[in-house]
Design a protein around this ligand. Structure first.
Ligand SMILES: [Zn+2]
Length: 382
């Protein structure tokens, strides 16, 4: 059995569980740090392990362009390549093609696009995107979808959703034929990757519902809600999650792609989400924005110049245990590399601790208390 999900506790719609992959087990709800190019920028893998990172996200689009799928495959797959012997999830490349590449042309067959690196021409179809994900060898891979732009008219959104459904079917058909081609298939005793489907439907609740129902008919081991956090107001994100999630099966993991702030992730767990990823903690850290139990800290602020206290007195991460705000401000102001590393470690610790606290609360049946202490998402400042 290559993938198994079990729910161990429920508190209203929130669930605590775990899933099993060829590279190990993941406790849910889980936050997945983004390691775009097979690295969480500035943080070595042993530190990620110390932080308790259970699963990383890598971006297929970026690894496909550099170093290339064939190279990663020859090197044993992305886990071996990046010396990370824990689970990895890859996106399908769809979102990056839509957000980063130039001159893309979408047809029923797939998407022609130019690399944001050198302008070279490429083509992703559901089949070639899944082939790339199989070559990279992540434990969980995503169906190829079209991320509908925002804003978009109803008809345009509906057509896009229909195409994503056709692409989901093609993704699955290709995967079923080729799933034994993961680089580590033999050494992991015939275990395979796991393919998740993606719900689209833009900002229309009825399309979200229909996309959820018809993606579920295609029968995937897990389902993602995609196409959110694309510039819409937060209450709308919430409404779309709600519209889709009630039609996703209880017994399978639900993955909300590309969200959110520390407050938002708690509320999405309350809505029944099991998995989330977001660049926010890592990207914000590189810009000197730190998340703490007392709110946001902009470390470059002059008022920290002589501050001997830690980033967050309530945080137990190794950065807060050792370094002062004054030192971190100095590093940031001097544009030192260590600033990025230390800031990122703290922000990841904050997100991971938040998720651990949430999971514990669900298991103990007092999640409502945690939730009531967290500002509603529409009030949170990104
Ligand atoms: Zn800390």
């Amino acid at each position: 059995m290559s993938f198994r999900f079990q729910i161990e506790a429920r508190d209203s719609a929130a669930r605590a569980g775990r899933f099993f992959t060829p590279h190990g087990e993941v406790q849910t709800p889980v936050f997945m740090p983004v390691g775009t190019l097979a690295t969480v920028k500035g943080v070595p893998q042993d530190t990620l392990e110390e932080l308790g990172v259970q699963i990383l996200l890598n971006n297929t689009y970026h690894l496909y362009l550099r170093p290339g799928v064939e190279m990663v495959r020859q090197l044993g797959g992305v886990q071996k390549f990046m010396a990370w012997d824990r689970p990895i999830l890859t996106d399908s490349g769809g979102f990056q093609v839509f957000s980063l590449s130039d001159l893309r042309k979408v047809t029923e067959e797939g998407v022609a696009f130019r690399s944001h690196l050198d302008g070279s021409s490429h083509f992703f179809s559901p089949e070639s995107a899944i082939a790339a994900e199989i070559g990279l060898g992540a434990d969980i891979i995503m169906a190829f979808d079209e991320c509908t732009e925002h804003p978009a008219e109803y008809k345009r959104t509906q057509d896009s959703m229909e195409m994503t459904l056709r692409w989901a079917r093609r993704s699955k058909e290709y995967f079923e034929v080729h799933k034994s081609e993961a680089p580590w298939f033999a050494e992991r005793h015939g275990q395979t990757q796991t393919l998740f489907g993606i719900v689209q439907g833009g900002m229309f609740p009825d399309l979200r519902r229909e996309s959820a129902q018809r993606t579920v008919e295609l029968d995937f081991p897990g389902y993602a809600i995609g196409g959110l956090s694309v510039g819409e107001p937060r209450p709308m994100t919430y409404e779309m999650v709600d519209a889709a999630i009630r039609f996703l099966p209880e017994a399978k993991p639900r993955y909300l792609m590309g969200v959110g702030t520390p407050e938002e992730i708690v509320h999405y767990v309350a809505a029944g989400v099991d998995m989330m990823d977001c660049v926010l903690p890592t990207r914000a850290a590189r810009h000197g924005l730190l998340f703490t139990s007392e709110g946001r800290v902009t470390i470059k602020n002059a008022r920290f110049a002589a501050d001997e206290g830690p980033i967050d007195p309530a945080c137990r991460c190794k950065v807060c245990a050792r370094y002062s705000r004054a030192y971190l401000r100095h590093l940031y102001a001097s544009n030192e590399l260590l600033a990025q590393t230390l800031n990122t470690i703290h922000n990841l610790a904050y997100y991971l601790d938040t998720m651990r606290r949430v999971r514990q609360a669900i298991v103990l049946g007092d999640f409502a208390k945690v939730l009531s202490g967290v500002r509603p998402p529409h009030l949170s400042v990104p």
